[in-house]
Design a protein around this ligand. Structure first.
Ligand code: ZN
Length: 226
């Protein structure tokens, strides 16, 4: 078996999504794809960043897995070799006035800047892994993956097809749950059975939602989908 990322000989498995998001005992139905050790090593820092940034969010703090993993997350900060990584996160800490959904102003809240590109790189790999792990249908040359940050903050311009047609369709699909669904779940829809197009709606810790679209390159270049 070859590595699904670089096609070298696979010597290990890559967990989709990253194993670090979960706590022990690990769920029995975790999704894995064959991976070489070079790729696996390459991903580990980005995965750590992804796990840490998700875990420090205010809206996941009551999730049982987050509570179980928090000592581990805190140890990550204390490790000497993690200084660069820790500093990077610390330098993003700042105070901000926040307006709640009900319009209440909360001044001076702790907030964090984060490296969006790095987060999306991990989401992109999760999509890649899901397409292979669930459909075994990933074609590097034909498929482009567009991860979309949380739905609420997405710029909807030019995405009418996705939001008016695909999103209602994906939300009618069964929810695939890894473990008890506390950590990761997803829904997926294929707009047409004969294409390699998919819309994925992914739920991390139940509240952090990403959409991912995979469409064949030919559709992308003729611009008929987006
Ligand atoms: Zn590889």
């Amino acid at each position: 078996m070859n590595c699904v990322y670089c096609e070298k000989k696979a010597t290990t498995n890559d967990h989709i999504p990253p194993k670090g998001l979960f706590s022990k005992p690990y769920p029995e139905n975790m999704i894995t794809v064959p991976c070489c050790s070079d790729c696996n090593n390459l991903f580990s820092k980005d995965d750590q960043y992804f796990v840490t940034m998700l875990s420090l969010r205010d809206d996941v703090k009551n999730n049982p897995t987050i509570i179980a993993n928090m000592p581990k997350i805190k140890r990550t900060f204390q490790k000497i070799e993690a200084t660069g990584f820790t500093n990077k996160i610390r330098s993003g800490l700042h105070k901000r006035n926040i307006i709640t959904h009900s319009g209440l102003l909360i001044p001076n809240m702790d907030a964090m800047y984060y490296d969006d590109k790095r987060i999306l790189k991990v989401v992109d790999r999760i999509l890649h892994g899901l397409i292979i792990g669930i459909f075994n249908d990933y074609d590097k040359k034909q498929t482009v993956i567009i991860p979309i940050e949380r739905i609420k903050s997405t710029d909807l311009k030019g995405m009418n097809f996705v939001f008016n047609q695909l999103l209602p369709a994906v939300e009618k699909k069964d929810v695939f749950i890894v473990g008890n669904g506390d950590v990761f779940a997803f829904q997926v829809v294929r707009p047409a059975n004969n294409t390699k197009s998919y819309l994925w709606k992914m739920y991390f810790y139940k509240v952090v939602v990403y959409l991912g679209i995979a469409i064949p390159e030919v559709i992308k270049t003729t611009n008929s989908v987006l």
